[in-house]
Design a binder for this molecule. Structure first.
Ligand code: DUC
Ligand code: ZN
Ligand code: ZN
Length: 483
């Protein structure tokens, strides 16, 4: 009789495209059998009445990322991965960010040192390219892509991060030649600067004016520009953290005419609104992130985009800054203009439970939930089928959910080093009960069994996300030359 290191029995298992009542057999960290009734393992977990889903893949989160303004992210790789784990995420992809003047290689080496001995779960790295010198474009990027750093984020805003339009074209061109995925932060920098100056001149500096300085139209404009550049260079891109219905409509329109284009949104655009930027005193600073949460009615449009396939992934954009901390949201004090408040909110632990509410409420089906939170990101970043799917041969990264046990989100129950959650008091229908990585139970009903440093670094393949159905290759510059 075959023996398994672990058998998960009697659950309803989310296999690709179908929820199936079966057992899961695990050996040497991998799934080796999926069948109605398997022989006992060295350890058996009774999953009767439970759902067994793939471990979440969070394709956009910021841990221990150096900042240029004296602020400090609350989570390092230990607290960040611990928090991810308790929320059912078993793979994270944070960012090795290039500081201008620094080589990309130095940024990557520095980031490995930050993860080393701390990460409890498996992780890959995206790059953030802020200084695309000829050496970066011609030598460093191609070499790093070949080594498994196959995705990079670029910014159209933030003075210390943003690229010019010409630099964006250069980076897209490298991605095209070497098969990498470019993630674009799409907001118009000059519009934000202009609006910020005007708001401050009128004395409008409270946290709520962060939203007024970054209205939906400036996200829509930058999104349209980024899509145009991707068509020109003929390379698929991913627009990250899409917040507004207008930007989403630009994306839908481009997808409709056959452009190979991907989009990500985040729980903050489904559960928060600009009303959360108000509140007594400086409280609204807790929800300052960019793009900002929009008016409450906008959320229905983003849910609709999830249900109709505009979005390929839902990520947390976890960027934790403590509230009551001079290195956090109060960097320049409680009376400071919104301009000086570090952008970002915690969310790596709440991402899956929040989105799962959409399944229970009938906004998306379970298959779509799995695709958006695990399979989609694993495919997008070249980690599939090792990650993001329950299949024979895949890593045994599994989450057992009891969908009949509602939980009210409270900061005291979370595991990040941040000192607040923007979702305090929201009741979600379920929470991960048991989280397994590579066959090992790492978290179970609030107890942690993971060791710092046991998470492995994952080099990524070149991403091969499917073109949207019926996609044609756009007729950009390179296409015309090849024809
Ligand atoms: N915006 C970003 O672009 N990154 C981190 C957090 C945020 O709010
Ligand atoms: Zn961003
Ligand atoms: Zn981000």
């Amino acid at each position: 009789m075959e023996t398994y290191d672990l058998t998960i029995r009697g659950g309803r298992v989310a296999l690709p495209g179908a929820l199936v009542a079966c057992d899961v057999g695990v050996r040497d960290g991998r799934i080796v059998a999926l069948a109605e009734r398997l022989s006992p393992g060295k350890r058996d977990i009774d999953a009767a009445g439970r759902l067994v889903l793939p471990g979440g893949v969070d394709g956009h989160c910021h841990f221990d990322q150096p900042t240029g303004d004296g602020s400090r992210m609350a989570d390092d790789f230990l607290t960040g991965t611990r928090s991810a784990l308790f929320g059912g995420t078993t793979t994270i992809i944070p960012f090795a960010a290039q500081i201008r003047g620094q080589s990309l290689r130095a940024a990557v080496d520095d980031y490995h040192a930050r993860a080393s001995g701390k990460a409890m779960i498996d992780h890959a790295f995206h790059l953030i390219v802020t200084d695309p010198t000829p050496d970066v474009l011609e030598r460093e990027l191609p070499a790093l892509i070949a080594e498994g750093y196959t995705s990079f984020k670029i910014y159209m805003t933030y003075d210390d991060l943003k690229l010019s339009d010409r630099q964006i074209l250069d980076v897209l061109s490298v991605a095209r030649d070497h098969g990498a995925m470019v993630m674009v932060h799409a907001e118009n920098a000059d519009c934000i600067a202009w609006l910020t100056d005007r708001l401050e001149a009128e004395g409008r500096t409270a946290p709520i004016f962060h939203a007024a300085a970054r209205p939906k139209v400036i996200e829509r404009e930058a999104t349209h520009r980024a899509i145009s550049f991707s068509e020109l260079v003929d390379v698929p891109i991913l627009i990250v953290h899409v917040s507004g219905a207008e930007a989403m409509e630009e994306i839908r329109r481009a997808q409709g005419r056959g452009v190979s284009l991907h989009a990500e949104t985040c729980p903050q655009y489904l559960f928060l609104s600009e009303d959360d930027l108000t509140g007594p005193g400086f409280e609204g600073a807790k929800c300052i992130c960019s793009p900002p949460p929009r008016e409450a009615a906008n959320r229905a449009a983003i849910w609709q985009g999830l249900a109709t396939g505009v979005f390929s992934i839902v990520s947390s954009d976890h960027a934790p800054f403590r509230f009551d901390d001079p290195a956090g949201k109060k960097l320049k004090g409680e009376d400071a203009s919104f301009r000086w408040v570090p952008n970002g909110i915690p969310g790596v632990e709440t991402r899956l439970p929040l989105l799962f509410a959409g399944v229970v409420e009938g906004r998306i089906d379970l298959d779509r939930f799995v695709d958006l939170t695990a399979t989609g990101p694993a495919k997008m970043y070249g980690l599939h089928p090792r990650k993001g799917v329950i299949a024979v041969g895949s890593d045994a990264d599994l989450v057992i959910w009891d969908a009949r046990a509602p939980v009210t989100i409270a900061q005291v129950d979370l595991h990040s080093a941040c000192d607040y959650t923007p979702y305090e008091g929201i009741t979600v229908p379920a929470w991960p009960e048991i989280v397994v990585q590579r066959g090992e139970v790492l978290a179970e009903r609030g107890h942690l069994f993971a060791e710092p440093g046991q998470g492995r670094f994952l080099p990524c393949d070149r991403p091969a996300p499917a073109r949207p159905l019926g996609a044609r290759r756009p007729s950009g510059l390179f296409r015309a030359e090849e024809a």
